[in-house]
Design a binder for this molecule. Structure first.
Ligand code: 13P
Ligand code: SF4
Length: 345
């Protein structure tokens, strides 16, 4: 049943079941109110590159997972409003435990983070007691607490390279990012968990091949979580697409590449929210999605109504219990210490 939670102008933010908070238009009145509330509450608004355009445009900082973690760790404001998914807000809370961390809708989860839990990781570690555990930041706080070093897609290769080559590595949970890291590092003593993000795994090689044939002069930007990352390298390896036109990049890396590209057209294999920042970064370039249905339903739960409710009511607050946060902090701090600045910093 829909319940009115926040009144604003002629609108109401409503709780709308699984589709999230709705009923507020992201016009100038909304933007003014969001910025007024953020200032009054001494809050900084962080938004991931996959957020809705209106949320990206109102945020104080927009970036990839690594950049936003670093910004959260350094934030001067009392409150961090994290417009992203739950594990990102949890990571901010682990790095800045004295701050109030809010997420506009705590139901914004992640299918990749759900692909391994703490019990499964404990069992896996027991099979490889001497291995170093590297977890992608897309994991729960409990899993991070069982991890040696976290990574994001922009520093995963550097994180694995930082580990003694003689030590076994358990890499989790994304199998496609794991395969990318194995290719880049040439490491053979690396075990990879068979998890995936349902949004990125759905961007497949057939689609990528068809799109690159339709746009033969385009560059390809492929997120390493994609099921088609291997196909992109195959296309390059077989000479269908010149090798220097295929780039496997984090979302922040895509933005850096966009700012300096000489290409007129770029095909983008990742969540479609990314196109907004890319088009802003390089307005003269034609960015096209490889799969325009690749929209993350969790990221899109952070609606204008949800952000308004969040700042008005101070909800949803993110809590990580003290013991879990303490266990997880070292692995997350190692993550933010490795790799060059991510997009957004
Ligand atoms: P990055 O911003 O680190 O590339 O992460 C992508 C992602 O899927 C986050 O959920
Ligand atoms: Fe998780 Fe995939 Fe959504 Fe990123 S795009 S938040 S990995 S479900």
């Amino acid at each position: 049943m829909a319940t009115t939670t926040t009144r604003f102008g002629g609108n109401s933010a409503v709780f709308d079941g699984p589709t999230g908070y709705a009923g507020v238009e992201a016009g100038p009145e909304w933007a003014e109110e969001i910025l007024r509330l953020a200032k009054a509450k001494n809050a900084t608004i962080l938004a991931h590159n996959y957020q809705l355009p209106a949320i990206q445009d109102i945020a104080h900082h927009v970036g990839d997972s690594l950049a936003l973690s670093r910004i959260a760790a350094e934030a001067q404001e009392e409150t961090i409003v994290f417009c992203g998914v739950h594990f990102m807000a949890e990571t901010a809370k682990i790095l800045a435990p004295s701050k109030t961390v809010l997420i506009p809708d705590e139901r914004a989860g992640c299918s990749l983070a759900d692909s391994i839990d703490a019990a499964q990781l404990r069992e896996w570690k027991a099979e490889h007691p001497d291995a170093v555990v590297v977890s992608y930041v897309n994991t729960t706080a409990e899993v991070k607490g069982l991890t040696d070093i976290c990574c994001t897609s922009s520093n995963a290769v550097e994180v694995v390279e930082s580990i003694d080559p003689d030590r076994e590595v358990l890499f989790l949970p994304d199998q496609f990012l794991g395969a990318h890291v194995r290719r880049q590092t040439g490491r053979t003593n690396m075990h990879i968990w068979a998890g995936e993000c349902h949004v990125h795994a759905g961007i497949n090689g057939d689609e990528l091949t068809a799109r690159s044939q339709a746009y033969p002069d385009a560059e390809l930007y492929v997120h390493p979580e994609c099921g088609c990352a291997t196909s992109a390298l195959y296309l390059a390896g077989e000479g269908f697409v010149p090798e220097d036109r295929v780039k496997i990049l984090s979302t922040g890396g895509m933005l850096d590449a966009a700012r300096t590209t000489g290409a007129k057209q770029v095909l983008v294999a990742t969540e479609i929210g990314m196109l907004h920042q890319l088009r802003k970064a390089a307005p003269g370039v034609d960015f096209q999605a490889v799969n325009d249905r690749a929209s993350c339903p969790y990221m899109k739960m952070i609606t204008p109504a949800a952000l308004l409710r969040c700042l008005t009511e101070g909800k949803d607050e993110v809590h990580v219990d003290v013991a879990t946060a303490e266990r997880a902090r070292a692995s997350v701090e190692r993550m933010i210490a490795i790799g060059s600045p991510g997009g957004g910093e």
